[in-house]
Write a protein that binds this ligand. Structure first.
Ligand code: CA
Length: 222
């Protein structure tokens, strides 16, 4: 899951990014409305957190421009309490939800999760992927093998989730990197291999196949 934060208050943006990264999301941050519009339009984000008062272009206009371009990425708008923001106006431009500053971080995370669930492939229900005797519950972020719960770190879970969503298909290392690590991740892409081998150790060696030169595939067995 990749999130974009468009927020010019740098300290707030940074702390949101830190918190959401710890929740297991890949997070990009920009501080300018125009740049936000560009990134949201180009990138494959699962959700955008959009401030209203921004340099470059305000949040209403960013939201309106995305919607009129046919972009239906979920948008959570942020605003100050002093009335700069009119809820109806925000929702009219196509925002999915709004949050008034100062907000509690816990509330923000709950709203983000609710928006992502609403968007989920199961059409509102939190998807649980079952592959053979492996069960990946993306709402509770728990994994079961047969009836045993397997404890995974947030990153391990996110890597497995990418494979489970496309079980039986080859998922490239680049795809995994892009969705689990930040878009701008410039470390060693072999980090993916490290996580795959940990997952194999925890889930058994046969579940995740390496497809030479292409990526990884979660085996679907009858
Ligand atoms: Ca602002």
């Amino acid at each position: 899951m990749r999130l974009l934060i468009v927020e010019d208050e740098k300290r707030l943006a940074l702390s949101l990014a830190k918190g959401l990264t710890a929740e297991g999301y890949a997070v990009d941050v920009v501080h300018d409305g125009l740049e936000g519009l560009h990134m949201a339009g180009e990138g494959s984000y699962d959700l955008v957190i959009l401030d209203i008062m921004l340099p470059g272009m305000n949040g209403y206009r960013v939201c309106g421009a995305l919607r009129s371009a046919g972009n239906d990425v979920p948008i959570l708008m942020l605003t100050a309490k002093d009335g700069e923001y009119d809820e109806a106006e925000g929702l009219d431009t196509g925002a999915d939800d709004y949050l008034t500053k100062p907000f509690s971080y816990v509330v923000l995370v709950a709203r983000v999760k609710a928006l992502l669930r609403r968007r989920g492939p199961a059409g509102g229900a939190s998807p649980v992927y079952e592959v053979g005797n492996l069960k990946v519950d993306t709402a509770s972020r728990r994994v079961f093998l047969a009836d045993d719960e397997i404890t995974l770190t947030t990153k391990e879970f996110s890597v497995l989730e990418q494979l489970a969503v496309r079980a039986g298909e080859v998922v490239s290392k680049a795809d995994i990197l892009e969705h689990v690590w930040d878009f701008a991740y410039d470390g060693d892409p072999n980090i993916v291999e490290v996580y795959i081998s940990t997952l194999r150790r925890k889930l058994g060696p046969e579940l995740i196949r390496t497809v030479r030169g292409a990526g990884y595939r979660l085996e679907v067995r009858a």
